[in-house]
Design a protein around this ligand. Structure first.
Ligand code: KG4
Ligand code: ZN
Length: 333
């Protein structure tokens, strides 16, 4: 089955071609324009998607060395994400579906992130826990089979990616904050600035990152400009460390509680090298498996959407033309 995947939920315009679960091509264009605003401006994102989507889909098809008319189906993100941005991809997919007379399927963006683990690991086994850490979500899911999700823990306020983004803004760094903080933290002392690990009373698998961000703000407010700039790498390293330690702490607790020793990490924060290193350490010391998608499949891309679409469409699932975008779509259905 030859599938065209499309992703336009936020600030990446992406298309990919997947043949029977094997990736043939992937094109991702990040909208750099948002950097000047310090965050994604929804209206600007939609307009950029409109300008780019046709060219990006054509490039993905060309790089897969096929013709559009060879495609069997289209998989497209229909939520969660920004309404206007989602509508561009969804309506483009509907147009292609009508024009080429092939079915399309609306894909849940979060199921896409989770499915990124299958791109290089087609035999990834169930059951597993999924630690979903993106710009808008921080959740732990128990996955017993494809499409069956049970929520074990989630953030009460900011997502982990959001904590990186907001922290970067406090420190005068660019958007997106995760890669910026990671880069700046590279040779920093991780223990120089102690941050307290946030706990949610009575819900040991839940997260809360807004307090850490506020603690960072208070620390920085007490420092002079010079102190901040001389210690920026230490501040970033300490801040990054507490976010990662919190994620791994909840993951370990979820493993203990569920007895499931296989974990798939997904979402943009999974691209963090320090996070991957610390998780690898845990794997070495314990009898557990932790999988991270390849770096290029961690942040938003259409390959993961095509993969999730493939898993569903091989069972005959398709969407109707009246499918609409759902900005707050959850994995729980
Ligand atoms: O999954 P994603 O690409 O988009 C959403 O669906 O939200 O995740 C974007 C988030 C941003 O908050 C960004 O700062 C974070 O992932 N991120 C990182 C890294 N790369 C991206 N966070 C930490 N370290 C990174 N290397
Ligand atoms: Zn995402």
């Amino acid at each position: 089955m030859l599938i065209l995947g499309l992703e336009t939920s936020c600030d990446e315009t992406s298309a990919a071609v997947l043949n029977d679960g094997k990736l043939q091509s992937m094109v991702v264009r990040t909208q750099e324009i948002h950097t000047i605003y310090g965050g994604v401006v929804p209206e600007v994102a939609s307009r950029q998607h409109i300008l780019q989507i046709s060219d990006i889909a054509a490039t993905a098809i060309q790089r897969a060395e096929i013709n559009g008319t060879d495609l069997d189906a289209i998989a497209v993100t229909y939520g969660a994400g920004l309404m206007g941005a989602l509508l561009v991809g969804l309506n483009f997919a509907k147009g292609l579906s009508l024009g080429w007379n092939i079915p399309f399927l609306g894909v849940n963006h979060m199921e896409g992130h989770l499915s990124a683990n299958f791109i290089d690991n087609p035999n990834f086994d169930y059951p597993f826990l999924c630690l979903l850490v993106s710009g808008g979500h921080t959740q732990i899911w128990k996955v017993t089979e494809f499409g069956k999700y049970e929520l074990m823990g989630q953030t009460r306020d900011d997502a982990a990616g959001e904590a990186f983004d907001k922290g970067a803004r406090v420190l005068g760094l660019n958007y997106p904050g995760g890669p910026e903080i990671e880069r700046t933290a590279a040779d920093g002392d991780r223990s120089k600035y102690g941050f307290t690990m946030p706990v949610v009373r009575g819900a040991e698998l839940d997260f809360s990152f807004s307090g850490v961000k506020t603690a960072l703000l208070y620390k920085v407010q007490k420092m002079t400009r010079e102190q901040i700039s001389n210690n920026l790498h230490h501040i970033c390293a300490s801040y990054q460390e507490i976010i990662i330690d919190t994620l791994l702490d909840r993951m370990n607790k979820a493993i203990k509680r569920s007895g499931i020793k296989r974990v798939a990490v997904a979402g943009g924060v999974a691209a963090n090298t320090r996070f991957r290193e610390k998780a690898a350490d845990i794997v070495r010391k314990n009898q557990i498996e932790i999988h991270f998608p390849a770096l290029k499949y961690c942040t938003d891309n259409a390959a993961m959407i095509a993969m999730a679409g493939y898993e569903r469409m091989k069972n005959g699932e398709t969407s109707a033309l009246d499918l609409t975008a759902v900005p707050n779509l959850s994995l729980a259905g």
